[in-house]
Write a protein that binds this ligand. Structure first.
Ligand SMILES: Cc1ncc(C[n+]2csc(CCOP(=O)(O)OP(=O)(O)O)c2C)c(N)n1
Length: 337
């Protein structure tokens, strides 16, 4: 297992700005989700605060038009970074008829075939075997420089399906990246109750594949690590397990109260590592951005999120007659007869 300490200087200004823009967009969308839930407008919101650097960095390494993404429910920022439209994300959150799943799916369970984004599985680790199946198809089809990104939390690595996926991918040298967003908590279960080893990436050795760990609070570290892992997988040398160490600052979803299983002191201890202000400070200190540019960019994102929320709230809900649509073959009203 290798631990990466990549240097940030090799990124262009444009790439650094893409990372920053994606991170503040993710934070703004997250905050809006929690607000909409508290206003009684959406049933549940899944916060990703603390995962911004992981998702922006991974999104920058994802090659649009080539790669495939098997996301999990916490990947709001990542799907946006990979090109998923913000309006469609709000259609999903607000369960409107124009949502890609017709407003009938759980929040954030988005999909976009044209962008290579597969539908999300709520079953923990189920997407790992799906991703491996896709990577097997990519390899059999003879495609080169095409990689499947498979996202999950450290809790998913306790599932049997996760181990089966890694083993099969390693045996067949499939072009797949297993990307762990290790935020230390799986709802109320701390990582120390999931495994006796300090890092998820260590597990890669058991399958004969490369495993790397990076600082998930640093978007540049994540980007360079995932970019290099992608090159490895695309070259036919087999899958890579990448672990980005981060933290979940909010509760698991709006449906749980994290004060029942972790102390406020613990959360406060991690706050200084909050990737959004830390990256912002580094861009200011390095002269990549000036203070007024940061302010203008934040205003622009806030306006975009406000405008999009209003536009999508004004759209209709799915019609009641469509309730059984896309569920069973044959007449939609089979249960009513
Ligand atoms: C097979 C299965 N078991 C349990 C659950 C309930 N569940 C939903 S999210 C979750 C925690 C997953 O934690 P982790 O994989 O670390 O990801 P995180 O939510 O922390 O990002 C659990 C146990 C589920 N959806 N599927």
């Amino acid at each position: 297992m290798a631990t990466t300490t990549p240097a940030g200087t090799e990124l262009s200004r444009e790439q650094l700005l893409t990372l920053y823009r994606d991170m503040i967009t993710q934070r703004a969308v997250d905050t809006r989700g929690f607000q909409l839930n508290r206003q009684g407008k959406i049933g549940i919101a899944m916060g990703s605060e603390g995962h911004e650097a992981v998702q922006a960095g991974t999104g920058l390494a994802f090659e649009r038009g080539k790669d495939l993404l098997y996301p999990y429910y916490r990947n709001t920022g990542l799907v946006l970074s990979c090109g998923f439209p913000l309006a469609d994300l709000f259609r999903s959150q607000l369960a409107r008829a124009g949502d890609t799943t017709g407003g009938r799916s759980i929040i954030n369970h988005v999909t976009a075939r044209a962008l290579g984004i597969a539908s999300i599985s709520s079953i923990i680790a189920a997407q790992c075997t799906h991703a491996v199946g896709a990577a097997w198809a990519v390899k059999r089809g003879g495609a080169t420089d095409r990689v499947v990104f498979c996202q999950f939390g450290e809790g998913a690595t306790s599932q049997g399906e996760w181990h089966e996926a890694l083993n099969f991918a390693a045996v067949h040298a499939l072009p797949v990246l297993f990307l762990c967003e290790n935020n230390e908590w799986a709802i109320s279960t701390h990582i120390s109750k999931q495994m006796r080893i300090p890092t998820v990436a260590t597990r890669a050795a058991g399958y004969g594949m490369l495993g790397v760990t990076c600082d998930g609070f640093d978007p540049v570290a994540v980007y360079t690590t995932v970019r290099d892992a992608r090159a490895h997988a695309a070259s036919g040398r087999g899958p890579v397990l990448v672990e980005s160490k981060c933290y979940r600052f909010l509760s698991h979803t709006t449906d749980d109260d994290d004060r029942t299983y972790r102390t406020r002191d613990e959360v406060a201890e991690h706050r200084p590592s909050d990737p959004v202000p830390v990256f912002e400070r580094s861009l200011l200190e390095r002269g990549v951005l000036a203070a007024d540019e940061v302010k203008a960019l934040k205003r622009e994102i806030a306006d975009l999120v406000n405008r999009t929320t209003d536009e999508i709230e004004a759209e209709p809900y799915p019609a009641a007659e469509t309730l059984y649509g896309n569920t069973y073959a044959g007449p939609d009203d089979a249960w009513l007869t």
